[in-house]
Design a binder for this molecule. Structure first.
Ligand code: SAH
Ligand code: SF4
Ligand code: F3S
Length: 450
């Protein structure tokens, strides 16, 4: 037991501040924590200086993400040192992977827990606030794992995530996720459909099914349906206008999934399909278990099923043993596959991952130069893609205010193109025809068609 400052807040006015790093899984998990804490009377604040509890939901996918966690923690620990009665908790992937280290290093941190323990947040926070230092970073047996059904009370908008699985059974050699999220487990399809219905009841029109390898949904569990079958079930929920999913693995894109693109108008014509590299040698070293040729076959099949199909991807440059020729193959794949957008990263060494043992680690300066080259070309491609839309009339779903201009709202096409155009917030959730007037790198400008 340590002598932590007791907050003066009563249950009625307890305030929690969240700082969330990382991927869609972490965003979703933060929503679940908010939902569970709300049942105990916690409200969310956007201002850490008025919080009683700060929860940092962390990511360890690259070293940079871990650095961001340390600087965020520095800020909150300073506030505590200066007298704010603050309980500080670390959640997410760094907590899972380095729980012991964090507990030892930061004596003023009250709570460290991994993603498997979110369903117990209420009792963990209570214990931490009564002065106990709490650490829960053991993986649960899959039989004891509980997906949280409660829906984030502050969720608003027309688009929402629904998790369909936890963990990952792949062992890509660069990736830390298997260490931070544990073994894969699929959520019961009935629960996924129920959460979808609950969200639609709150005005959601676009559902994004999330997991680290959604294609393998259900395969491990006897009697569960497949991912393609799940898409049909979600499409059956009245009010679901658009369905998206992330992340899928190029190895596992089966014919049944491609057929779903023929059958389900709700399934949008944009897919984010991370390829990582255009070199078969590097893909082998990454243990991705597909070739460039397989990847092209998959996307060509998708383009046959959906002529307006649009693709985005993730790329790692500077993976160990990547030669100039290997990198060139990634550059040519960008042209051949016609990525509309991509997230590209310099390879980052992650503790405990097999890629650390590959000889010929690529010097940082070489990887940096490759990244710049890749990103410059991608920017050009994205700009051309958006400019080519000028004059087209597209149908968008209005999602919210434009980030930059007042009186301007933004919507997305089924191909995930963001279009900003004059409009009112009251129109959020509506579908509207818009003529594209300008194309930029990440979005378009448009005007409504009367
Ligand atoms: N499950 C997804 C990816 C999740 S991580 C998939 O299999 O595609 C998101 C992205 O981060 C990955 O696609 C990869 O491009 C990048 N990434 C993962 N580990 C990385 C590392 N060690 N260094 C650089 N980028 C990495
Ligand atoms: Fe990481 Fe590979 Fe799993 Fe994606 S599929 S989370 S890259 S191990
Ligand atoms: Fe990061 Fe964990 Fe997601 S490592 S990318 S938050 S699964």
């Amino acid at each position: 037991m340590s002598s932590l400052p007791e907050s003066a807040a009563t249950p009625a006015d307890r305030r929690v501040f969240f700082r969330t790093f990382g991927c869609q899984m972490n965003d979703y998990d933060t929503g679940k924590m908010r939902a569970l804490l709300a049942k105990d009377g916690w409200t969310t604040t956007d201002d850490a200086s008025e919080a009683d509890l700060v929860l940092v939901n962390t990511c360890s996918i690259r070293e940079k993400a871990v650095d961001k966690m340390h600087s965020a923690l520095g800020e909150f620990r300073r506030m505590k040192k200066q007298g704010q009665p603050l309980t500080i908790g670390i959640a997410g992937c760094v907590a899972q992977e380095r729980g012991d280290e964090l507990m030892a290093k930061y004596k003023d941190i009250d709570l460290v827990f991994g993603p498997d323990h979110i369903s117990k947040i209420s009792s963990m926070v209570d214990a931490a606030r009564s002065g106990e230092r709490v650490q829960d970073t053991e993986f649960l047996d899959l039989a004891n794992y509980a997906f949280v059904a409660d829906v984030d009370p502050t969720a608003h908008g027309v688009s929402a995530f629904v998790t369909i699985q936890k963990g990952c059974d792949n062992k890509c050699t660069f990736c830390i996720v298997p260490q931070t999220r544990g073994d894969e487990l699929s959520r019961l399809h009935g629960d996924i459909v129920a959460e979808t219905r609950a969200l639609v009841g709150r005005g959601v029109k676009e559902i994004t099914l999330i997991g680290q390898n959604v294609n393998s949904y259900g395969l491990k569990q006897a009697g569960e349906i497949t991912f393609a079958q799940l898409l049909y079930k979600v499409a059956d929920v009245p009010g679901v206008e658009r369905i998206r999913y992330t992340t899928s693995h190029p190895r596992d894109m089966g014919d049944d999934l491609i057929q779903a693109y023929r059958d389900l108008p709700q399934l949008t014509s944009h897919l984010h399909l991370p390829v990582q590299s255009g070199s078969n040698k590097i893909l082998r070293r990454m243990k991705r278990y597909y070739t460039r040729e397989h990847f092209m076959r998959v996307i060509n099949a998708l383009r046959d099923a959906r002529p307006d199909f649009v693709l985005s991807t993730d790329i790692i440059v500077g993976f160990p043993d990547e030669t100039e020729e290997d990198f060139e193959e990634t550059m040519t794949l960008m042209e051949e596959a016609q990525f509309m957008a991509s997230f590209s990263f310099k390879y980052s060494q992650r503790p405990g991952t097999p890629a650390l043992r590959i000889k010929n680690q690529v010097p940082n300066s070489v990887a940096g130069a490759r990244l710049t080259r890749f990103q410059n070309r991608q920017r050009e491609r994205s700009q051309i893609y958006h400019s080519n839309l000028v004059g087209d009339v597209v149908n968008v779903m209005i999602e919210g205010p434009s980030r930059h201009d007042e009186g301007v709202i933004c919507g997305r096409t089924g191909t995930h193109v963001m279009v900003n155009f004059p409009g009112r917030l009251a129109e959020i959730g509506k579908f509207m025809d818009v003529r594209i007037t300008r194309g930029f790198t990440h979005s378009c400008r448009g005007e409504r068609v009367e």
